[in-house]
Design a protein around this ligand. Structure first.
Ligand code: AMP
Length: 205
């Protein structure tokens, strides 16, 4: 029997807020796996039956069904002591799925929200479109993803904030600074910040 709960770091934030970048750098820092649900979905074969269904949703900026994500994540979490989770839970309805998994598997999540004004997030996504050619990084799909975030992820963020379970981290700074602050929070050496600390230009998403 484990007497200590494994601690996952769960990263939330707008599309383009840097979840992938910070998630993978931090996972490397603490020598854990970076589990990105977006990457897992994009690794599916586009021509398979499942791949066709999934890409039809992703390519338009829509979310895939909770059940599919839950199955995927469950398989991986069963095998790993603690991970950096990027992309799950992402909706209010996915929170109890994660909480239940935590109970069953003896783990808990440190929820981090990367704070970035939405105009910066959009600019980053458009730059990534040129570099990586992701099919969901066109201006039109980015707009849709922002709307889906407002509709489905913002309520999760509001809930976690209310429960004082969400630590806010300014990700307009260089990644090394953000990762080192995250590390201090993870190790319990820095007070967790529950209120946003960006300037007046921040649009509060
Ligand atoms: P990301 O790489 O995190 O931006 O995710 C890319 C896309 O994968 C999203 O726009 C969704 O279509 C899908 N996706 C990733 N994680 C989830 C999730 N937890 N629930 C539903 N859809 C997801």
């Amino acid at each position: 029997m484990k007497n200590q709960l494994s601690l996952d770091v769960v990263i939330l934030g707008l599309p383009g807020s840097g979840k992938g970048t910070i998630g993978s750098l931090f996972a490397h820092e603490i020598k854990r796996d970076h589990l990105s649900t977006g990457d897992m979905l994009r690794a599916l074969d586009r021509e398979s039956e499942l791949g066709r269904k999934v890409f039809a949703l992703i390519d338009k900026g829509n979310f895939v069904p909770d059940k599919l994500i839950a199955e995927m994540v469950k398989e991986v979490l069963k095998e790993k002591e603690s991970v950096v989770l990027d992309g799950f839970p992402r909706t209010l309805s996915q929170l109890p799925i994660y909480d239940e998994l935590c109970q069953k598997l003896g783990r808990q999540g440190l929820f981090i929200k990367l704070e970035v004004p939405s105009d910066i997030a959009r600019t980053r996504l458009l730059a990534r479109a040129v570099k990586e050619g992701r099919t969901d990084d066109s201006a039109e799909v980015i707009q849709k993803r922002m709307e889906v975030f407002q509709e489905l992820t913002a309520p999760l963020i509001a809930r976690l904030k209310k429960q004082k379970r969400l630590v806010l981290l300014d990700n307009t700074r260089p990644p090394v600074e953000v990762v080192s602050e995250l590390n201090l929070i993870y190790k319990g050496e820095l007070e967790r910040r529950w209120e946003h600390n960006l300037g007046t230009g921040y649009d509060g998403i």
